[in-house]
Design a protein around this ligand. Structure first.
Ligand code: FES
Ligand code: FES
Length: 156
């Protein structure tokens, strides 16, 4: 039997009926249409599906949509401001922190979560913060550089 949920996503309130077993990642992509939340492994390993839930970084493939009821989510689509990239997104572009882009929404949100708590992280802290996000393309150097650049931007 479907259950009603009410969830705020990127500042907008959505009310819907969902199957109790529907994963949050698929709810965001297929029901809401926010396909910036990518789905890779669906077992909590790759981080491509990361979103912020009440300000905390979570893997949306490890949650059911019903667990987001009466809570607030920010997806990658929620970072840009009126079509202008968020400074962290700009830093990823400037430092070539992506190739195919599959991991990028999760990487950017993991960086956002880190910099919100630690605006001036060391390289070790950056690598630790990104440890739950896998990239099959870049070898991570450019991604770490992008987060360093992002830290400079958000501290300006
Ligand atoms: S799809 Fe969620 S962690 Fe890989
Ligand atoms: S840029 Fe392709 S998986 Fe990271």
């Amino acid at each position: 039997m479907k259950q009603s949920i009410c969830v705020k996503i990127n500042g907008r309130v959505y009310e819907d009926e969902v199957e109790p077993r529907q994963l949050l990642s698929f709810f965001l992509r297929e029901t809401i249409g926010l396909t910036g939340t990518h789905v890779g492994c669906v077992i909590g390993e790759c981080g491509a599906c990361s979103v912020l839930l009440d300000g905390r970084l979570v893997k949306s493939c490890l949650l059911f949509a019903v667990q987001a009821d009466k809570r607030e989510i920010v997806t990658i689509e929620g970072l840009a401001d009126d079509g202008r990239l968020h400074p962290i997104q700009e830093a990823f572009v400037q430092r070539y922190g992506l190739q195919c882009g599959y991991c990028t929404p999760g990487m950017v949100l993991a960086a956002h979560y880190l910099l919100g708590r630690n605006p001036d992280p060391t390289e070790e802290e950056i690598r630790k913060a990104l440890a739950g996000n896998l990239c099959m393309c870049t070898g991570y150097m450019q991604i770490v550089d992008a987060v360093k650049e992002a830290a400079k931007k958000v501290n300006r």
